[in-house]
Design a binder for this molecule. Structure first.
Ligand code: ADP
Ligand code: MG
Length: 257
């Protein structure tokens, strides 16, 4: 119970936040209790759920100035709570660098609350800095969103090297739950080629579900809604609903959750 899933890829704009939010919405609606932790100072997960300008955030929790339970908010999405981010999180990496156990701050901060949830999702910034390392050290599972474009595999090796380093040291329990192809444009041969290549190298790891490029998905954050609330019959909604089933099946197969 309380399995932690990190969403990471050091490349920006690949669908980390979109995936974390919409997977949270569908898993929450299916009856799982979800805590979404916004680990990016851009606070896109926070604003995408319609919450802005919160007074306290993950920053205060990581700095030891607030307990996670006092910062967590409920959201309009059934079953989904949020530990929000604020822009001051940008300075956290510098401040964390000199703190004791700097890679384990998030893991410790979540210890007191993860028992109340079935899943804790951690959205991460587009870098392999200390915030992403903290997410990977806290996590049981990793989901890697990959944009279905040329050179999608570039950078994945570096991410997986980092995962291997963390498995050999700070968190032996970390497992790659899956690689998710996002922003897939069925009209282009390029997208098909990228998909073939990713599935060739990662046949087991790559989710069957592919998230199509969808205008609805890109619009929903500005309304502060998940795709489940904003456009439930769109192609993007269907993909994330299907992904929720696939993620749940994989976690059950791993014997956790
Ligand atoms: P990341 O968190 O990896 O930086 P985001 O999830 O914020 O990436 O996605 C980057 C941008 O692309 C956002 O504006 C988002 O709304 C949009 N986007 C994400 N997934 C899709 C998709 N499948 N189709 C169309 N736009 C998407
Ligand atoms: Mg993001």
């Amino acid at each position: 119970m309380g399995a932690v899933i990190a969403f990471a890829n050091q490349k920006g704009g690949v669908g980390k936040t979109t995936t974390a939010i919409n997977l949270a919405a569908y898993m929450g609606a299916a009856g799982h209790r979800i805590l979404l932790v916004d680990g990016d100072s851009q606070a896109n997960a926070t604003s995408s759920l319609g919450l802005r300008h919160t007074s306290r955030s993950l920053y205060d929790v990581l700095m030891g100035d607030a307990a996670a339970e006092d910062v967590i908010l409920s959201t309009e999405e059934p079953g989904v709570h949020l530990l929000p981010a604020t822009p001051d999180l940008a300075g956290a990496e510098v401040e964390m660098a000199t703190m004791d156990g700097r890679e384990r701050l998030l893991r410790s901060a979540l210890a007191g609350v993860r028992g109340r949830y079935d899943f804790v999702f951690v959205d991460t910034p587009p870098s392999l800095g200390l915030l992403t390392i903290n997410a990977l050290v806290a996590a049981d599972f990793l989901i890697v969103p990959l944009q279905s474009e040329y050179l999608a595999l570039e950078g994945l090796t570096r991410l997986l090297d980092t995962v291997e380093r963390i498995r050999n040291g700070l968190n032996p329990d970390l497992r790659l739950l899956g690689i998710l192809l996002t922003m897939y444009d069925r009209r282009t041969t390029l997208a098909k080629e990228v998909e073939q290549e990713v599935r060739r190298y990662f046949p087991e790891e790559t989710f069957t579900t592919v998230v199509p490029r969808s205008v609805r998905l890109s619009e929903s954050p500005s309304y502060g809604m998940s795709i489940r609330s904003y456009a439930p019959s769109s192609s993007g909604a269907e993909a994330y609903r299907q992904l929720a089933d696939e993620v749940w099946a994989r976690i059950k197969a791993f014997g956790t959750g």
